[in-house]
Design a protein around this ligand. Sequence first.
Ligand SMILES: NC(=O)c1ccc[n+]([C@@H]2O[C@H](COP(=O)([O-])OP(=O)(O)OC[C@H]3O[C@@H](n4cnc5c(N)ncnc54)[C@H](O)[C@@H]3O)[C@@H](O)[C@H]2O)c1
Length: 713
Amino acid sequence: MSIQESLKVTPKGDVALIEWDHIGESANKMSTPIMARLKEILEELNDSSFKAAVIISRKKKIFIAGADINEIKSLKTKEDFAGAVSGGQEIMNFVEDLKIPVIAAIHGACAGGGCELSLACDYRIASDASETKIGLPETKLGIIPGFGGCVRLPRVVGVQGALDIILAGKMVPAKKAFKMGLVDKMVHPAILEEQALKFANGVIAKGSKKRKKQHAPQGLMNKFLESGLGRPVVFSQAKKMTMKKSHGHYPALLVALNVIKKTAGMSNRSKAMDIEKQGFCEVAGGEISKNLINLFFMMEDVKKRNGVDGDEKGLEVSHLGVLGAGTMGGGIAYVAADKGIFVRLKDISTDSIAKGFEAARKIWDKKVKKRRMTKYELTEKMGHISGGLDYAGFKQLDVVVEAIVENMDIKKKVIAETYENLKDDCVFATNTSSLSVTEMATAHPKPENFLGMHFFSPVHMMPLVEVIRGPQTSDKATATVYNLSKKMGKIPVVVKDAPGFLVNRLLVPYMMEAAFFLQEGASIEKVDKIFVKKFGMPMGPFALMDSVGLDVCVKVSKIFKESLGERIELPEMLLKLEQTDRLGQKNGKGFYNYENGRKKDVDQSVYTDLGLGSPSDPLSEEDIIGRAMYNMVNEAALVLLEEHVVGSAEDLDLAMIMGTGFPPFRGGLLRWADKEGSEKIVDDLEVFASKYGPRFKPTTPLRNMAKTQRTFH
Ligand SMILES: NC(=O)c1ccc[n+]([C@@H]2O[C@H](COP(=O)([O-])OP(=O)(O)OC[C@H]3O[C@@H](n4cnc5c(N)ncnc54)[C@H](O)[C@@H]3O)[C@@H](O)[C@H]2O)c1
């Protein structure tokens, strides 16, 4: 009954209005029962007197979100996948072959299977609302569009446009979709239905039942590139770019590329659909796709959570205070204001406040240049930030984040002083990266309102926020900051207060291991290349140290040594770095050379500066990856299973992917470790410990896992 009601037909004169409103679901999805219902409707339409049909969604922000990913997850064998794809393709073909013209009236997200349905329609009209986005994000889940998307999109927007969307897993806004020919008309959302019906009646009046139009490239160059002669150039360039970006770690990209290459211009639809189906089955259900789908669910899960066990919602944050308008404070102010939160910046220097404003403005300016934002919106967003040297406006704040100098005494003093100027229940968060949140909370008269909100740099790019709960932090404060992080477009993970919290605790030993490699004769280029190309990290450990700041790395390593004892061994080389003027990217002098802040080649003089000879690269690739990664897994076992710094292996994986760029296709540090196997990891760590030092000694929880052959997940 509810499926029947979820998709129904309302007659509008000669036009059948198909209204889609999946009952009991927040989004319209192409689940098997819904598709069966759609087929039933289409069959009835073919036998009816209707002369056109319009498909419209009744959800507020979604046209059709795509295939039901739960269903994809439940499929196991190649036959299951082939069956599911055939079913989907059959319905899309049915839409295409319907006697009467079909118009998709799109408002909100039109993704994956939803986009494929719209491509099978004869025309697409979209609302120009900002929530309208159309695209095929399948490759982000390690699969390819399988309901005809690889075949039909190139016919609608050309091969170049289709590759751009499918290989990037992109969702394009209505304006761009209109420009590239993906939609035929753009209208205000309030008149979408009326305009779609009018359009349908116009098509009926013209007497042309079905659309014949194919993509018509504009301009000489595009005409050449879309021709039989030019396409090989497009495909070869796309392959090169894909390999450069993915290093071959995302097979769905190459499979999609191949399917589009083989089927572009093919007149035999059923043959083209078979090729697409084969491509889909090649990647669906594979380990990489499973990992990416798991990641999708982890992120969906965050949307439903509030960071605490009960149903505490916390304060709704409309006014945020930011203490310190430096690198982090400026970034935090930008991200919050961008999402419509009013921000009050406070610093001890007007120059810093001016810089904070400037940093935010620069990012918005770039968006205006790229036409992702209007000048009016820029002015409106800038109006959300104000600043000063005093506490004006602080009584209005719901949350204050402090991002001042990393010094416990100064922070404590500022916390106590600020408290006097806040309303009673204002939540106070520190963005410290290395100091104890618990100790800092002693400066706050209401420690239940105090916690950590650890952003990563650069704030506008890095998605993770560690929400650090001190022993006295209340559920209300935790939920407030957890939900605020989501409102700011971030992925929050709740962690306990412990040295380095979660991500830095794991990342610092990884960076330090790289310093040992250097000491042992490895070259900076080789090590970074192994982690980027072979393992899939976004940057190698040396480039990472440069971007964090070499002075910060040395300082934090020493703090870690103090708190973690023999598990941290300080590489001599790191201490020698202190005696140089190398600070990394910020002063343009680190392991790499920099030009206008952009990383260039390795600075060869660094070897002599650190008293090292020419690198001879004596270490094997396997040892380099094993030492750095197993080291992290070893620490992660302790952090998760003994110290309970983080609540679950899923949260740890999510934090590593979002906070360090740990390769998503590997599913996270612990999912990768499960694949390696705890026994192998412990055996290798023992060998490393005997060769290189006690820092590799397997931790008790990891040993126990190996003994009982358990996995993290
Ligand atoms: N930079 C990073 O990569 C990073 C990452 C995560 C967390 N953090 C943490 O964020 C905090 C700030 O770091 P940053 O890199 O932005 O530093 P920064 O030096 O760029 O900025 C600090 C700002 O605080 C201001 N300030 C100093 N004392 C103040 C006071 N009493 N009241 C108000 N403002 C005051 C300074 O004028 C300066 O503008 C530190 O706790 C740091 O550990 C930094």
